[in-house]
Design a protein around this ligand. Sequence first.
Ligand SMILES: [Zn+2]
Length: 334
Amino acid sequence: MATGRTISASFLTDLDTKIIEFCNSISELILNSIEDKNLKKDFKKQYGKISYTRDSGLGLGGGKLQRDVVCTRGRQGKAPYSNRNLRWHPLIVAEQPVNYAKEIERIEIDGEDEKQILLFVVKINGKEQKYPSDKIHELPEKFVALPKHWFEHIEKLKHWNDTLWTQNSCVIPAYEACNWQDSIETYATLAIAVATEYYNINFKTIYKKVVTLLKNQNIDKSISLPTNLFSKNKEEIITCPVCKLPLSNDLQQFRQEERIPTWQPAWRRSKKSEGNDGSNQILHVNPLVETEIRHKANTVRYGHRWCNVAMTDHSLEETIDFMEFIVNAHNKRN
Ligand SMILES: [Zn+2]
């Protein structure tokens, strides 16, 4: 379980705030379209809640939609990764140069002992500027730190303890990064899917409303939304990309024997629903890579847990080929 919180978790730039506000307006649109009082409450609690933080907040923070598409995954360990951060956060780490972020100049380490801090030196308009780990969110554009930048510090960083890493948890992995408009469009896509599949909202009606909202965004007028990556196809949005069944299908028809409950410590909060075959998980139709941004409206979907687990880190094509091989291997084909 993650404990160390992302550094500067509650610091948002004006742009960050506007983007999260926009996600909130999508969530509100859906909330206002739900008629049943209990379903309204449920949507807000499970999916729609918004937290004005970089990491979606702790405990009763943002809902599943925010955690899944606005934030990177939670992670810890002896590395400078944020324990969740905004996907458009301006400092990424990668194994090789990428064409969507500028290279930093170098990394310096400032301070002594428990007060050591990473300084990222970048060139802005030809001038060198230093950004300490707790000010990284203020970088005006996307930068990337590569292995060569860490190289001279490896011997020192090997000995850093958890406290030091926590106070320097300021980067996100390149493959989880995207541009802010990708986060908004994926938020919109998954929100429509959830609204239609779990909250009895008419697809056409909510789709139209969300598209109108996207068209009227005023975060940056030079970008027109929705982009051509935003799906127009109902089936594509509301079904699981792997099994093609609606998201709300719990896959119970594939279980031959009733699932017998296992003992759970009664004093702990149950997390059972996350472990069901049919519970939804964020899924990337094409696996994430560092070399290009793939967390986009055309690749991010909700899929069943069973289906998502079966894909591991493969593409849909590879998964289907593999499944076909398995079926043949068992002579199950009719
Ligand atoms: Zn599925």
